[in-house]
Design a protein around this ligand. Structure first.
Ligand code: PMP
Length: 402
């Protein structure tokens, strides 16, 4: 069928069956982290019950099973974003993946005055790692509707630009950035592009080879998988040229007191015992999401975004921040009167989970002249009942602050 059975999908998430403060749980904090379906919980449980062992080491049966499942996750992730398995470096998530590129790709190439070109809507984890290695961070402005000012971005692309880094989707505004245009313009000047896919991976079909993206970072926990796991997916030529950044077991070929040599990519970036269950859980999440079809999921979320936008627009004194024409299921807003913190607390008492604060995008808060926003963010299991519950709770906020 062309539409998803959201009721049947919801039923696969045990956490959503509970009540919170006596109310049905309307979980609308999916940009922070998504809930996990039964299939993912079972994959992790099954691994620990039947196959737990360390990987890439012993010859015994369990070690073989653990290694097979762990490496199968690499194939699965590579297939999902359309790259070869060797291009998939396992990390603890998006943040660690970006730090790896900053330390291992950018830092050795950096000359005084070199810049990383960002946008004004980047997450702190796509700003601070570049600053930590001494790069100058330059940000292209965000338009009033939350879109990137692409012309202004192009003007900032210069001979000093060593790297372009951009969010696929803004975690605060929901803006979907024009990645193909950005890659084309950057590559025309020989500048590589890192895409922060933390918010994109679960909501957009992503073909890294077709998009010709140099570096792509994502976190498993935003795509219905476990926390503490993610990947840096990169072009092989970049990975080959990059030195390792963490030393330890598994990343070496030979070790001697006179000096050591490195394992092949991607293993030279993976020191120490990894999050094996994390990789297996992430692969299970990708299997689960792929079976639903990311494009159908996106269509459902878009319809719900339109419904929610219409409903929220009717609330007097509520201002939506981020109304870009090309937008994913994220609704940031402020209200006349209550601070976002108050909104979040009152909503919680109504069983509605949203995020309040600066969303790790302090420069963006400054751009819109607000200290914080309230943010509702959608996932595949959200339905109109969640939005109606949100709207009713916001009406209560209004009454309390009238
Ligand atoms: N970038 C964006 C756009 C995000 O939304 C997030 C998560 N809030 C991150 C990076 C960082 O992801 P993680 O905390 O999983 O490393």
């Amino acid at each position: 069928s062309s539409t998803l059975d959201i009721g049947a999908i919801r039923a696969q998430f045990p956490i959503l069956r509970q009540t919170v403060h006596g109310r049905r749980l309307a979980y609308l904090d999916n940009a922070a982290t998504t809930q996990k379906p039964e299939a993912v919980l079972q994959a992790i449980d099954r691994y620990y019950r039947t196959s737990n062992a360390n990987v890439h080491r012993a010859v015994h049966e369990l070690a073989g099973r653990a290694t097979t499942q762990y490496e199968a996750a690499r194939d699965r992730i590579g297939a999902f974003v359309k790259v070869a398995r060797e291009q998939v470096v396992f990390t603890r998530g998006t943040t660690e993946a970006i730090n790896l590129v900053a330390r291992s790709y950018l830092q050795p190439r950096l000359q005084p005055g070199d810049e990383v070109l960002l946008t004004g809507m980047e997450h702190h984890s796509n700003i601070v790692p570049w600053q930590l290695v001494g790069a100058k961070t330059v940000a292209a402005p965000v338009l009033d509707d939350g879109s990137l000012d692409l012309d202004a971005w192009k003007q900032r692309l210069s001979a000093r630009t060593k790297l372009v880094a951009v969010a696929q989707i803004s975690n605060t505004l929901g803006t979907i950035n024009p990645i193909a245009d950005i890659v084309a313009a950057a590559h025309a000047r020989g500048v590589p592009v890192l895409v922060d896919g933390a918010q994109g991976i679960a909501h957009l079909r992503t073909d890294l080879t077709a998009l010709d993206i140099d570096f792509y970072a994502f976190s498993s926990h935003k795509l219905y998988g476990p926390t503490g796991f993610g990947a840096l997916v990169a072009k092989r030529e970049h990975l080959e040229a990059m030195p390792p950044w963490h030393g330890g077991g598994d990343m070496i070929r030979t070790v001697a007191f006179e000096g050591s040599t490195w394992n092949d990519v991607p293993y030279k970036f993976e020191a120490g015992t990894p999050d094996i269950a994390g990789a297996i859980g992430c692969a299970a999440a990708i299997d689960w999401l792929d079976a639903l079809d990311v494009e159908r999921v996106a269509a459902h979320e878009h319809a719900l975004l339109e419904y929610a936008t219409e409903q929220l627009s009717r609330i007097p004194g509520l201002r939506l921040i981020g109304t870009a024409p090309h937008k994913a299921g994220i609704l940031s807003f402020v209200m006349n009167g209550p601070h976002p913190q108050d909104i979040g607390s009152i909503l919680d008492m109504e069983g509605v989970a949203i995020r309040t604060g600066h969303h790790c995008t302090m420069p963006l808060m400054q751009r819109f002249g607000v200290p914080a926003t309230a943010r509702a963010s959608l996932a595949v299991y959200n339905d109109r009942d969640d939005i109606d519950q949100l709207v009713a709770a916001l009406q209560k906020v209004r009454r309390l602050f009238a």
